[in-house]
Design a protein around this ligand. Structure first.
Ligand SMILES: *Cc1c(COP(=O)(O)O)cnc(C)c1O
Length: 376
């Protein structure tokens, strides 16, 4: 077992230690090329192999159908909030976007899309404090919307869609756009319900700077005239993500994470099915400890709880600045890092992405119990 601390950062987040070690070993000389991956031409033979392998492994891991293109882009999730409407909102000249607001990230997405489209909020769980997801049967969807946007895992508020909505069954033929930044590769995806999915890499995939876009082929080629060429999905797809220089080092590290995931085993399973099972167990262990606690609490409805991001708070009279600080200081002393909650909601947050081993969650649970014994 490693002596590195357990890192609960929401992002940029922990990477598998085996991947970091491989990166360190290959830093000065990748596979006898005499070059670091950072020093290679993105069009050279070596990097072409790295990028093609990464894409193939990702397609295999998530079983991405052949009528979807996988793009390696820059700009992160927030840039996609503009890039998506610039590419999709103008389809058939409609300019209408239906947005489901279920937390801080989807709220931001809807606000940004307003700069490019006529945005209607299909549902908003903000008035309830983002403690549950708005039920799809209640969504106000327009027949002629260019797309419907959701965030399938709300990183700050700790809510996750455990099933993607079936828009056709809800009477909408619009493609579903999914911001899956903070849980991509933590579980399987039902592509039949998706038009486009995007994810910044720095939560569950690799270093910051790389953005993954999965886009159905029929959605390419509708960009608005104002869309920068480097952000036009058709241009990027036609150039195999090499229209501009892609984030080469990020793609390389992500590729190693994909190989780590392919080799991941859990019982009879491997790959994403195996990590999903492990993620279910990790989350169950942590939520069970919080539910049993008289000092800590979670605030999200049980059926919407995220397996990846677990915000938790000191209860009632315990929720003082001093005790919050004691908790975080004590965590650090035990090698449990970056448990402070997002500044907009306070409290604590444990992000338990793929790279967090079960032992990390067990160590956190042991600390919760000890803390409760000391202060409860
Ligand atoms: C982190 C995050 C983003 C923002 O990513 P940036 O790379 O900072 O632009 C967007 N959406 C979700 C769900 C996130 O977790």
């Amino acid at each position: 077992m490693s002596s590195r601390p357990f890192n609960f950062s929401a992002g940029p987040a922990a990477l598998p230690e085996a991947v970091l070690q491989q990166v360190a070993g290959e830093m000065l000389d990748w596979h006898g090329s005499g070059m670091s991956v950072m020093e290679m031409s993105h069009r050279g033979r070596e990097f072409t192999e790295i990028a093609e392998t990464a894409e193939r492994d990702l397609r295999e891991l998530l079983q991405v159908p052949s009528h979807f293109r996988i793009l390696f882009m820059q700009g992160g999730g927030l840039a996609e909030n503009a890039i998506v409407p610039m590419n999709l909102a103008g389809r058939q000249g409609l300019g209408k976007v239906d947005a489901v607001v279920s937390g801080s990230w989807s709220k931001k997405s809807a606000q940004e899309a307003r700069r490019y489209a006529d945005v209607q909020i299909a549902a908003d769980s903000g008035p309830g404090g983002y403690r549950s997801l708005p039920s799809p049967s209640s969504w106000q969807l327009r027949r002629d919307a260019a797309y419907v946007h959701i965030c399938s895992n709300e990183t700050i508020d700790g809510l996750e869609f455990h099933e993607l909505p079936d828009l056709l069954a809800l009477g909408s033929e619009a493609p579903l756009v999914v911001d899956c930044s903070s849980h991509v590769l933590s579980r399987t995806i039902d592509w039949s319900r998706v038009g486009l999915a995007f994810a910044g890499a720095q939560k569950n995939i690799g270093p910051a700077g790389l953005t993954l876009v999965f886009v159905r082929e029929d959605l390419l080629g509708h960009a608005m005239a104002i869309c920068p060429s480097a952000f036009d999905y058709k241009t990027v797809a036609e150039a195999n993500s090499m229209y501009n220089t892609p984030p080469t080092f990020g793609i390389y590290v992500a590729g190693l994470v994909f190989q780590w995931l392919k080799a991941f085993r859990h019982g009879e399973q491997s790959g994403v099915a195996a990590i999903e099972q492990r993620n279910i167990e990790k989350a169950a262990l942590l939520y069970a400890a919080l539910d049993a606690s008289s000092v800590f609490e979670t605030r999200v409805a049980a059926e919407c709880r995220s397996r990846m991001n677990v915000p938790f708070y000191l209860r009632g009279a315990y929720d003082t600045p001093q005790l919050n600080e004691s908790f975080l200081n004590g965590a650090k002393a035990r090698n449990l890092l970056q448990l402070k909650g997002h500044k907009s909601v306070g409290g604590m947050r444990a992000s338990i992405y793929n790279a967090m081993p079960l032992e990390g969650v067990q160590a956190l649970v042991a600390y919760l119990k000890d803390f409760e014994a000391q202060y409860g």
